[in-house]
Ligand binder design. Structure first.
Ligand code: UGA
Length: 436
């Protein structure tokens, strides 16, 4: 099938390459010439495991191309919209500028019978509005939300947990759903659940899934706060409640909480949309989830300050991690980087390392010092702070080895990823998040 993908960021670039890898003929379109140049050479403009391989394979086979010229979308049977919907400046609602611009630029190139498949995360009600404009060209709009996780994006796109298609009522909707089934034929053939529903439900599936995940993380972090007041250990608590299959251990990872380009802005945009709908009360708890989440960053800073005897001023603090989570170079709303910036603001000499995210972090926060080598980062540090649980820091960093490099023996485990007993046995003052 001929497919176009408009927007080649974390979502669109992976989607374009994944669609080519399952056999479609794909053109990826973006306004950013630098991104297009890199992608055309088979280079991923960001770190995503498995992406360079399928990009190279796709571009070399001739099935995958990239351009800034929107007219290249003409002739494709399905047009995916994968542009960003960031948080509005000065507000919590989603900024739909890029979605509207993508649709406007695509409209003149649509033909009767084309499918426009929206993948961007949008406030509920957006698809219905866009559908009117799209249908004037004889094309049909489908809302097909994306559930990929950064770091596992290729696998999640090719082999998702489920596929959702929000379609209009009637034969056009049925036909559109059939075409999407064809697009995702390998996953459908494997028996992947394919849910055909209305626009509003499809849009809500996406935001409610992210709201649920954010709530799960904030729930365990709220328990961490209670654990701190009682001497309990939140990691053991999470293991114990996680054995209950109804609860499950996934997304009960306590620590400095969630960040990234999705969960924080999505729960805020959802709350803003609910207010507009007169249903603010129904998801008011999301404000609380947001607040718990942000408090955990304060707590990590407090642990470092207390660990260093009440002040970090003039102390060297080695910060391990800058990405919002491991297996990613994404620093958008990264809790890790936020902790580093706050410590820097308190007068610490903060040195940050990360296996992938240093360039992005430096662009955002040039005031911090960045060092690529982990051991160089640790050298002469008064305190060590783990904020992104890369294996390099969590599994492959023996406390005895770190002791040979640092000046102090204070370690703050912002992701509860270290073996507290091993660090204490090596002479360290270990501080976890919600652990005694
Ligand atoms: C999230 C969702 O998991 C995806 O399903 C969704 O498609 C995506 O947003 C999106 O809307 O595009 P992602 O942002 O890649 O994916 O990252 P997650 O793996 O969900 O992690 C989000 C944040 O939560 C990270 O900062 C991570 O460190 C934190 N987290 C995660 C925890 O603090 N504890 C956990 O147990 C799990």
């Amino acid at each position: 099938m001929r497919v176009s993908v408009i927007g080649c960021g974390y979502l669109g670039a992976v989607h374009a390459a994944a669609m080519a890898s399952i056999g479609h003929e794909v053109v990826g379109i973006d306004v950013d010439q630098r991104k297009i140049d890199a992608l055309s050479k088979g280079e991923a403009p960001f770190f995503e495991p498995g992406l360079p391989e399928i990009l190279t394979e796709g571009t070399q086979s001739g099935r995958l191309s990239f351009t800034t010229d929107i007219s290249a979308a003409a002739g494709a049977a399905v047009h995916f919209i994968g542009v960003g919907t960031p948080q509005q400046a000065g507000g919590y609602a989603a900024d739909l500028t890029y979605v509207n611009a993508a649709i406007d630029s695509l409209l003149p190139h649509l033909r009767e019978g084309d499918i426009v498949a929206g993948k961007s995360t949008v406030p509920v009600g957006t698809a219905a509005e866009l559908a009117t404009r799209v249908s004037e060209t004889g094309a049909t709009l489908v809302w097909n939300p994306e559930f990929l996780r950064e770091g596992w994006a290729v696998q999640d796109t090719i082999d998702p947990d489920r596929l959702v298609a929000g379609v209009p009522e009637g034969p056009d909707g049925e036909r559109a759903a059939d075409i999407l089934r064809e697009v995702y034929a390998p996953a459908v053939a494997k028996g992947t659940p394919f849910i055909v529903t209305d626009y509003a439900t499809a849009e809500l599936v996406k935001v409610s899934a992210n709201a649920f995940l954010a709530t799960k993380i904030s729930f365990i972090n709220a328990m961490a706060e209670i654990a701190e007041a009682t001497g309990a250990d939140v990691t053991e608590l999470a293991d114990a409640i996680g054995y209950d299959a109804r609860i499950g251990r996934k997304f009960l990872g306590s620590g400095i909480g969630f960040g990234g380009g999705c969960l924080p802005k999505d729960i805020r945009a959802f709350a803003a949309r609910a207010e507009e709908l007169g249903r603010g009360e129904s998801i008011k708890f999301l404000h609380e989830m947001d607040a718990i989440n942000m408090r955990r960053r304060d707590r990590a800073v407090e642990l470092v300050v207390n660990g260093l005897g009440g002040s970090v001023f003039g102390k060297k603090v080695a910060v391990l991690g800058a990405a919002f989570k491991p297996h990613s170079d994404d620093v958008r709303d990264s809790p890790a980087l936020d902790v580093a910036v706050r410590l820097n603001g308190l007068g610490a000499n903060v040195v940050v390392t990360d296996p992938q995210a240093i360039d992005n972090a430096r662009r955002l926060h040039p005031q911090l010092t960045y060092v690529a080598d982990r051991d160089e980062t640790l050298r002469d540090a008064d305190a060590v702070v783990l904020v992104t649980e890369w294996d390099e820091y969590r599994r492959e960093m023996a406390p005895e080895h770190v002791s040979t490099l640092t000046h102090g023996r204070v370690v703050v485990d912002g992701r509860n990823g270290l073996d507290a007993a091993a660090w204490r046995a090596a002479g360290w003052s270990y501080y976890g998040m919600g652990r005694p």
